[in-house]
Design a protein around this ligand. Structure first.
Ligand code: UD1
Length: 417
């Protein structure tokens, strides 16, 4: 296992290119199950989660071929319909095969994902929606077994806007008989990206990116040839890096329309933001001001940026109140930040962060993907040396993180533990 050694205190300066979005790429890869043929995906990030998704597709009988700039997925010979525990356990997004498999093969068996570091994360809303579309669902030995002759269109109201649930049902509905309406749908940009890819395959979808998505089922879809959108969370992480270290960073490929809540909070905290045709530029003023945030479904402040923002607030001037409303247990990074000198107290879903003058380096441990990014950022800003272990979490979601930070002037290296 590797760890990262970070000698902090250097301002980040320069340009960094954002990779393709993991959270857009995964559903797109599973959407290939909806149509026979050769699907061509480009701008896929090179990440562990992408390799896990590829393994799952191969397990189901698909063929995959790495080509310059992307991946070709051949879905002619699907032979299996089961997503086994070993794969779902390492990557929860594997449950997104449920909708496509059921829609094309009338059958799917997917391991229940169970809990994870950031909370219980049930899939009850995915299952309720598929049942409304006529699927018969049984739970058996930790697996969800779903069957349907042909799914039928239905009107589905989500009790809360779930990203994965919206994606799973949207994919399932593309081949259903009749019209499906998803109300209180999630509005994340990755959902719009998936809808655009599905439409390029011949699906009929309206309203993706709003809270009501209407899908008119068709009999058959064609393979896609699609370029994955840029990763807004990765972009946000580099923007915070620029602000937190009092540098100037040009994040190439970042799309301001995907990052409105974060950009407005960064400006409130005193950073100067400029947008040009290539991306977003951030420049920090001398002092970071404390600001409050409350995570919410898109277009609210993203829960996937909460930990990184907390790293910045840990050394802001004043006290910041950070409320996490999307996941129940997403403050795992707090104990580690405290070991670096941060002054943070937690009361339920709210963290009160009293900014300190400097953080100091310490040995810390990553607990989940975004918590890891938070600790890297804290290490970059801290005095002395931070050693971050368990970085396999980072490799699930950030492509070449240490190389990209190094290209911005950071003193960071990966060494075997
Ligand atoms: C996706 C993202 C993840 C991000 C999250 C919220 C991917 C691969 N992952 O996760 O990075 O943090 O959106 O933006 O895209 N819930 C239920 N029942 C369900 C489904 C969800 O109660 O059936 C709850 C969850 O426990 C959570 C909330 O709804 O509290 C939002 O979860 P959801 O939007 O589904 O997150 P994911 O799709 O798992």
């Amino acid at each position: 296992m590797d760890k990262l050694i970070i000698h902090g205190g250097r301002p980040l300066n320069g340009e960094v290119q954002v990779s393709g979005a993991k959270n857009a790429a995964l559903p797109l890869m599973f959407a290939t199950l909806l149509a026979r043929g050769c699907h061509k995906l480009t701008n896929l990030p090179r990440l562990r989660d992408i390799r896990t998704a590829e393994k799952l597709l191969v397990e189901l009988g698909a063929g995959s071929e790495t080509v310059p700039g992307g991946l070709h997925i051949h879905t002619n010979g699907l032979a299996h319909y089961e997503a086994p525990y070993e794969l779902v356990r390492t990557m929860r997004a594997s449950v997104l095969v449920l909708g496509p498999l059921l829609a094309r093969h009338g059958r799917a068996r997917v391991s229940l994902p169970g809990g994870c570091a950031i909370g219980a994360r049930p899939i009850n809303l995915h299952l309720k929606g598929l049942e409304a579309m006529g699927a018969q669902i049984t739970l058996d030995h930790g697996y969800v077994e779903a069957r349907a002759q042909r799914l039928k269109g239905a009107r589905i109201y989500f009790d809360l806007p779930t990203v994965g649930g919206t994606e799973n049902l949207m994919m399932a509905a593309t081949l259903a008989k009749g019209t499906t309406v998803i109300e209180n749908a999630a509005r994340e940009p990755e959902i719009l990206d998936l809808a655009q890819a599905l439409c390029s395959m011949g699906a009929r979808i309206e309203g993706a990116g709003t809270d009501t998505v209407v899908i008119e089922g068709v009999d058959e879809l064609q393979p896609m040839n699609y370029r994955v959108m840029a990763d807004r969370i990765e972009a946000g992480t580099y923007l915070i890096g620029g602000a937190l270290t009092h540098g100037r960073v040009h994040v190439l490929g970042a799309r301001p329309e995907h990052l409105e809540a974060l950009l407005s909070k960064l400006e409130e905290a005193g950073a100067r933001i400029d947008v040009d045709s290539e991306g977003i530029i951030i420049e920090a003023v001398d002092e970071i001001r404390a600001v409050n945030i409350r995570t919410q479904p898109h277009p609210g402040f993203p829960t996937d940026m909460q930990a990184q923002f907390m790293a910045m607030m840990s050394c802001a001037n004043g006290t910041s109140v950070i409320s996490e409303t999307v996941f129940e247990n997403r403050f795992m990074h707090v104990c580690e930040l405290q070991r670096m000198g941060a002054d943070i107290s937690i009361d339920g879903h709210t963290a009160t962060v009293k900014g300190v003058r400097r953080l100091f380096g310490a040995p810390v441990m990553a607990t989940d993907l975004r918590a890891s990014a938070c600790l890297v950022l804290a290490g970059l800003a801290a005095d002395n040396t931070t050693e971050l272990s368990r970085i396999y979490h980072l490799d699930r979601g950030y492509e070449n993180l240490e190389k990209k930070f190094r290209s911005l002037g950071a003193d960071i290296e990966r060494v075997p533990e």
